[in-house]
Write a protein that binds this ligand. Sequence first.
Ligand code: BTN
Length: 231
Amino acid sequence: MIERVVRFDKVVSTQDKAKELIGERHPIAVTALSQEKGRGRQGRNWYSPEGGMYVSLLLFPKARVTSIPLLASLTVIRTLEHYGFSTLSIHWPNDVLLKKRKVCGVVCERYQDAVVCGVGLNVNIDKFLPRLHSATSLKIETGKAFDIDEILEVFLVKFNDLYDELQSKGLKVKEVLNYISGLGEPVEVVTARGVVQGTVYDIDDDWALLLRDESGIIKKYYYGDVRRLQW
Ligand code: BTN
């Protein structure tokens, strides 16, 4: 259970700051107002000006490590529902979409015996660089600004609840399936070993993507990027 929040104004990346605190041996949340080099998945940058919620959770999970990214996405969904948002979905593995536009990204990194789970939520960002044309923020969607500290507080309470549940008995993954976008749709999965095309068949209990490839074989992926071949 995360009980301590360490706050910074500007950092290179909250992921690195969280790793520096591993010696504390307790779960900690590290947050900053902005990041100079926010990291996304697969070596991408995460646009991190003031106006976003940037938090890295330093965790020492005893079990079910592969479900942690999902847990963070689900927590973001519950947090946004708390604020009255709907039309939320999860683009596997862990992008949260609001009206089909990316509002949040999650990246998890193993570090010694810990997992550092980073969450970037676009809260009060007014506009994005042209290359981030599919991104949105809570402010863009509603025309009003939100209290980022308060959102973080709601997020951490909900995360702690789900994390306890995950560690003690596993997630009720079927609930999560309600939010998955793209079931049955043609996609390509980009992994370190290449690109595979198929249709999204299901999400397994351990949060792996089950893809039916062109020859009908079901393949299981834990990591990768899913690109839709049609919307
Ligand atoms: C992605 O969609 O590729 C994941 C983006 C994760 C960004 C967050 S912001 C807080 C934490 N610090 C980082 O440098 N990255 C994560």
